[in-house]
Design a protein around this ligand. Structure first.
Ligand code: HEM
Length: 480
């Protein structure tokens, strides 16, 4: 197995740069290819190497397929990248439908992303340090090479997303030393460890496979360069959050009772606002960290954490087998198809697949001004605030699109009927007209608690698929 080459990997794959609390993302068009390449060749990119003194600033670069073309990479080479990256996030109506980019989320309504930008430049600095970093950029020939299509400023990172919940609690731990087994027969339970190949191209993934190289044509007599190696796909989505709408709806259904309002909000997320899981830590998961040492195997029906809660949809944690399967005997019975099905939920068994093949490394930041719950309960305009959702993965379809489509957006997730993610879901009806604007939380006794008429709280404002190349690959691209 190749050792992970941190010096050739952009830092964002390993660090969230959380210490650098100020950040801005720039969406760029290549205005003059020669000048753009020259700038990229000398851009002080942050690598994934650990440094004794952590840097005061960080810079990361990612490119779309059009960006590669604009920088002079031949079509023969670009076409070796996977199809979803080439098609782009907003490039096909069928993809938009699958991702839930319909209705208000339709790319036709986006503020950016159509056409896709060429380059994403991510700037990070300590609080107050961003202007100096921008000024440094401007001192170089940056302005000649690129036109800034859009600036995406973020708020000062404090680890709380705009609805008011602590964010960034559950992150997979990358097994950089590649010592944790990925063997299906030896991984019987849920683990929070992830093979580097789930994040970076060029390393074995959870299937023990390595993604194909993307070989760039070389000059005669030279070895072809693998543009994929040490790179990751980067998904960026600007998700507007209607914070007033969220808290005012909950306040209404809670009869203006603050405790009840908070309880319903936590049932939607699956965590309390301070980040504690509805299911407290009670297991010792490999790679599990405080606040994250739990699975749903003791709560198969979702009596404690509803099956449809955001964090349960985003990572059902059932390991390699569905909820309720634990131990070798149960695993064998499940594998052979003898597992008993639960009443009324025939087929549920297959609906939640092994979560380790669908993990995401999240690197997003919130944007816009903050609003406390008390402020959100007062009337006022729906200002622009939300999350610049960023995730890194090695396979856009198997990871980001699967989570977004089959888990968050699906109205039939894990045997549920006609409801989507209560937090992020579009509320468009199903093709047969069934409404999807409700949310149900089972109760130990009696009928499930059911919230009706859920407004849509999150709207997509823009998005694109990028490739964050390794340092050598970027040098090749910049010298092409
Ligand atoms: C505005 C939109 C969103 C909001 C407000 C939001 C909020 C949250 C919150 C509060 C948590 C719990 C804290 C944590 O575990 O880090 C969380 C977890 C998570 N979210 Fe989101 N999220 C949003 C969009 C998305 C999207 C679009 C995806 C994926 C396509 C996603 C994937 C995840 C994942 C994978 C987790 C961790 C689940 C776990 O491992 O337990 N989120 N989110």
């Amino acid at each position: 197995m190749p050792a992970v080459d941190f010096a050739d990997i952009q830092g964002l794959a390993r660090f969230g740069h959380g210490r650098l609390r100020a950040a801005e993302f720039l969406l760029l068009e290549v205005a003059a290819p020669d000048a753009a390449r020259a700038w990229l060749r000398s851009a002080p990119l942050t690598t994934a190497q650990l440094r004794e003194t952590p840097p005061q600033t960080a810079l990361q670069v990612a490119l779309t397929a059009d960006g590669l073309r604009a920088l002079g990479i031949t079509e023969a080479t670009v076409s070796r990248f996977p199809q979803p990256f080439l098609a782009g996030m907003a490039g096909e109506a069928s993809r938009s439908r699958r991702l839930g980019d319909v209705g208000d989320n339709d790319p036709l309504n986006w503020q950016w992303g159509r056409p896709a930008p060429h380059v994403l430049l991510m700037l990070y600095a300590a609080e107050g340090g961003l202007d100096a970093l921008m000024a440094e950029l401007r001192d170089t020939n940056f302005d000649t090479g690129f036109r800034v299509m859009r600036r995406l400023p973020t708020g000062i990172a404090r680890g709380i997303e705009p609805f008011g919940f602590v964010d960034g609690v559950s992150e997979p731990v990358i097994d950089w030393d590649q010592t944790f087994t990925t063997d299906l027969h030896r991984r019987l339970g849920y683990a929070n460890m992830l093979a580097p190949g789930e994040l970076l191209l060029g390393y074995p993934n959870e299937y023990q496979e390595t993604a194909p190289a993307v070989l760039a044509e070389a000059a005669p007599g030279q070895r072809a360069t693998d543009l994929a190696r040490n790179g990751s796909f980067l998904v960026l989505r600007q998700l507007h959050q209607d914070v007033r709408g969220f808290w005012q709806y909950l306040d209404r259904v809670a009869g203006a009772d603050p405790a009840q309002r908070d309880r319903l909000a936590s049932l939607m997320v699956g965590r309390h606002r301070d980040g504690r899981g509805l299911i407290p830590d009670h297991e010792n998961i490999p790679g599990g960290r405080s606040g994250n040492n739990f699975t749903y195997s003791g709560d198969v029906d979702g009596n404690v954490c509803p099956v449809g809660a955001h964090i349960r949809r985003a990572n059902p944690r059932t390991g390699d087998h569905p909820a309720g399967v634990s131990g070798r005997w149960s695993w064998l019975m499940s594998t052979l198809g003898f597992r008993r099905r639960r009443d009324g939920l025939a087929g549920r068994h297959d609906l939640v697949a092994s979560s380790r093949f669908h993990r995401l490394v999240r690197r997003g930041r919130e944007y816009g001004s903050r609003l406390s719950v008390d402020e959100a309960l007062l009337p006022g305009p729906d200002e622009e605030r939300g999350i610049l959702f960023v995730c890194l993965c090695a396979d856009i379809v198997r990871q980001f699109e699967f989570v977004q489509e089959a888990w968050l957006y699906s109205a039939r997730f894990d045997g549920l009927g006609g409801e989507r993610d209560p937090l992020t879901g579009a509320r468009t009806p199903l093709p047969d007209g069934t409404m999807t604007d409700h949310y149900s939380a089972p109760r130990l006794t009696g009928l499930p608690e059911r919230l009706e008429g859920l407004p849509q709280f999150v709207t997509v404002r823009g998005g694109a698929y990028f490739f964050m190349p390794g340092i050598r690959a970027l040098q090749f691209i910049a010298g092409a």
